[in-house]
Design a protein around this ligand. Structure first.
Ligand code: NAD
Length: 240
């Protein structure tokens, strides 16, 4: 049963929301975590080492990943990449520099982290975070750049699953729906949240733990025959 959980894990975005919940869940199941974020001061715990890096900067990511084996007591068996940003603006108001910033953090950042992961790992799993936005538009919170950046994550996941399969590295993505974290904005509007929940099969917001549980499953050997998959954790959003 222990093989169901990853033991030596790098988690990006580990200071907040889904990344923090994922890191905590790895610790709770007896694993060790190297957490990566822009700032490393939000929390600490036994078995958890935090390092700062900007995921868009390959040198800073490589610097942290180079120390992973020493910090974790062996090569990482999973890298769970939760760092990302969310912004929305209607197409006609979306400046090029904002488009590029979102594509850079979410799209290029996923490439940078996956490349560093593939270099640091002997075998195991990479889990990337996409969003329901890769598959579904949003009129109230129009996010062309965010949606496109998360579409890039899905394509990257499928390509890397094929490319890294022979090395024993599985690559999957989790597509969260509306999750109650510091990133989420719909919760600031009660009426919008109520309307969304009334139409959602699960009838509730998702929690960071809902997503963390899916990340841990895909990162562990229980998902040993799953690669190139995109797993919605969305309370049924994409099905309805
Ligand atoms: P969050 O804002 O709570 O946490 C994101 C973390 O990433 C922060 O700690 C932030 O400092 C870090 N980060 C941002 N840019 C970084 C960079 N350049 N380098 C290093 N770290 C950086 O967000 P969350 O809700 O936990 O989201 C995690 C992931 O899940 C994101 O990829 C997000 O797009 C995705 N997602 C979230 C939701 C949701 O409803 N919250 C829905 C779909 C997808």
């Amino acid at each position: 049963i222990e093989r169901l959980f990853p033991r030596r894990v790098i988690v990006t975005g580990a200071m907040s929301g889904i990344g923090r919940a994922t890191a905590q869940m790895v610790l709770d199941t007896g694993g060790r975590v190297l957490g990566v974020d822009l700032d490393d001061s939000a929390w600490s715990a036994p078995g958890f080492t935090a390092r700062t890096a900007d995921i868009t900067d390959p040198a800073s990511v490589a610097h942290v990943f180079d120390d992973a084996a020493e910090i974790l007591g062996g090569a990482p068996d999973a890298v769970i990449h939760c760092a990302g940003i969310y912004r929305f603006k209607s197409l006609l108001d979306l400046p090029l520099d904002e488009w590029e910033r979102i594509m850079r953090v979410n799209g290029t950042g996923s490439f940078v982290v996956a490349q560093a992961a593939a270099r640091a790992m002997e075998a195991g799993a990479i889990v990337l975070l996409t969003s329901i936005a890769y598959a579904s538009g949003d009129e109230e919170e129009p996010g062309a750049a965010y949606a496109a950046s998360k579409g890039a994550v899905v394509s990257l996941t499928r390509q890397l699953a094929v490319e890294l399969g022979a090395r024993g590295i599985r690559v999957n993505a989790v597509a969260p729906g509306v999750i109650d974290t510091p990133m989420t904005t719909i919760t600031q509007n009660e009426a919008s949240t109520a309307a969304m929940l009334a139409a959602l099969p699960a009838r509730r917001l998702g929690t960071a733990d809902d997503v963390a549980a899916a990340c841990l499953f895909l990162a562990g050997e229980g998902a040993g025959y799953i690669t190139g998959a995109v797993l919605p954790v969305d309370g049924g959003y994409l099905a309805s």
